[in-house]
Design a protein around this ligand. Structure first.
Ligand code: ARG
Length: 466
């Protein structure tokens, strides 16, 4: 027989939950990390209750002192969490009630439904700030690699086939664009989180005289002008999990980006490319093959991105069939969010560390980019400037490439007579096309890899990442 219920909600029960049910339904094992936000919420809520006269100033002060003491114990690792008390909210409230009689009034005009919504909005604001800072760290590491290798050219690839020459920094700046969008995305999620749920109650607010704006202000849910921002529909407030999905989505998209970066690095560090040497500190060896140095940090960045996508999928599926408003299913919303946060945070740090210790092997880059076929498009453009229609020029250069292949020589080793034989528009100066420096210098439109453009991007990123 189960024991009578002592839970905060136990009044209408004659028997408490089965052991198995307690084990099944507890969330304190993972939601206890919300304690700092839960305590901040309770302090603001009790301050509001005193402000509107629902509790006395003395009661508020006793509640605040008790909450501060509990917070200190939690930080020191001395607080005893009890899974029988279900979640972080009840653990803290019951500990407080044991010490401070007035704590029995703390839950006035509040439900765990608006409480958890508040805790999580505070969590998201914090988490987004942490992640933005960590991504900034990775961006700075990336800029440093570009700075240290300003003059290095590499082939750019499409279909993983050599396409056209670019500055290495142009390629690295493509990664920077991706990471910078991620950083901006977390700032947007934080802005969406900036609305205070407290006062929505379980579903329909409260009959008691409260001041939602007061609580919002106390918790920093304010706009740029310091005006309080409170959610506008009590039912939506306790049912809404958009933020969870937006946050996990921002993490998942960051995951896609770091996975693509990691894939480039894995290729670049292979013997076949050897454009870079990854730092020993972020690689591992083989237990069998003594010569191996494996790019494990990059492979794990690629692997973790799958996990970040999985978390997003879990949240989308969790929310999709639920009737309004709160349903206990929603307790399952926290593990994927926390996991996405933790994994995104460590991924950003590992990316920064891997980039920070990476060495560019400029001779290998130079050898790869020396392939004259990379300038076949420039040769077609050359014909265009001689008045040939691009389609015809493309065709002619294709024939030149075929001829070089047949003769087993590089494109720029063909004779003038050879190319003249293919198209009469080729003049003696055709060979100048194969000057890499000249070729890059012709690409000075906005966003192109010309040296002046790249210099502009260096200036832009230096300023943005200061
Ligand atoms: N632990 C719960 C959760 O995370 C808190 C809200 C509980 N609300 C309720 N009506 N049982 O969802």
């Amino acid at each position: 027989m189960a024991k009578p219920s002592h839970a905060t909600w136990g009044g209408r029960f004659t028997a408490g939950p089965a052991e198995l049910m307690l084990q099944f339904s507890e969330s304190v094992s993972f939601d206890r990390r919300l304690a700092p936000f839960d305590i901040a919420g309770s302090k603001a809520h009790s301050a509001m209750l005193a402000h509107t006269g629902l509790i006395t100033a003395k009661e508020r002060d006793a509640i605040h002192a008790g909450l501060d003491a509990i917070h200190a114990e939690i930080v020191a690792g001395k607080f005893t969490w009890d899974t029988k008390l279900e979640d972080v909210h009840m653990n803290i409230e019951q500990a407080l009630t044991k010490r401070v009689p007035a704590a029995a009034k703390l839950h006035t005009a509040r439900s765990r439904n608006d409480q958890i919504a508040t805790d999580m909005r505070l969590f998201f604001k914090h988490a987004c700030a942490v992640l933005a800072e960590k991504i900034l760290g990775a961006e700075r590491a990336l800029l440093a690699v570009a700075e240290a290798n300003r003059d290095v050219l590499i082939p750019g690839y499409t279909h993983l086939q050599r396409a056209q020459p670019v500055f290495l920094s142009h390629h690295l700046f493509a990664w920077l664009e991706m990471l910078d969008r991620d950083r901006a995305r977390f700032a947007e999620v934080a802005a969406h989180a900036n609305w205070c749920p407290l006062g929505s109650g379980a579903i329909a607010g409260t009959t008691l005289p409260i001041d939602r704006e007061f609580t919002a202000k106390a918790l920093g849910f304010t706009d740029a002008k310091g005006r309080p921002q409170v959610t506008q529909n009590s039912m939506d407030t306790v049912a809404d999990r958009d933020l969870f999905i937006e946050f996990a989505s921002a993490c998942a998209l960051f995951g896609v980006h770091i996975s693509r970066i990691a894939e480039d690095l894995i290729l670049w560090s292979s013997a076949e490319f050897k454009f870079v040497e990854l730092p020993d500190a972020f690689c591992t060896g083989s237990s069998l093959m003594p010569q191996k140095k494996n790019p494990d940090s990059c492979e794990l960045l690629r692997g973790k991105s799958a996990r970040l996508q999985g978390n997003l999928h879990t949240l989308l599926t969790l929310a999709k069939g639920l009737p309004l408003t709160y349903n206990r299913d929603l307790q399952e919303d926290k593990p994927p969010v926390f996991d996405s946060f933790d994994q995104t945070a460590i991924c950003a740090d590992v990316l920064a560390g891997t980039l920070g210790g990476m060495e560019v092997i400029s001779e290998r880059c130079a050898a790869a980019v020396a392939d004259p076929a990379l300038l076949a498009t420039d040769l077609a453009d050359y014909l265009v400037l001689k008045g040939v229609a691009f389609r015809d020029a493309h065709h002619a250069v294709g024939a030149v490439v075929r001829l070089a292949e047949k003769k087993a020589v590089a494109l720029n080793e063909l004779s003038f007579a050879d190319v003249q034989g293919v198209h009469a528009a080729f003049a003696e100066d055709w060979i100048e096309v194969f000057d890499l420096k000249r070729a890059l210098a012709k690409r000075e439109g906005t966003g192109m890899p010309g040296p002046k453009q790249v210099a502009k991007q260096f200036a832009r990123w230096r300023k943005a990442l200061k």
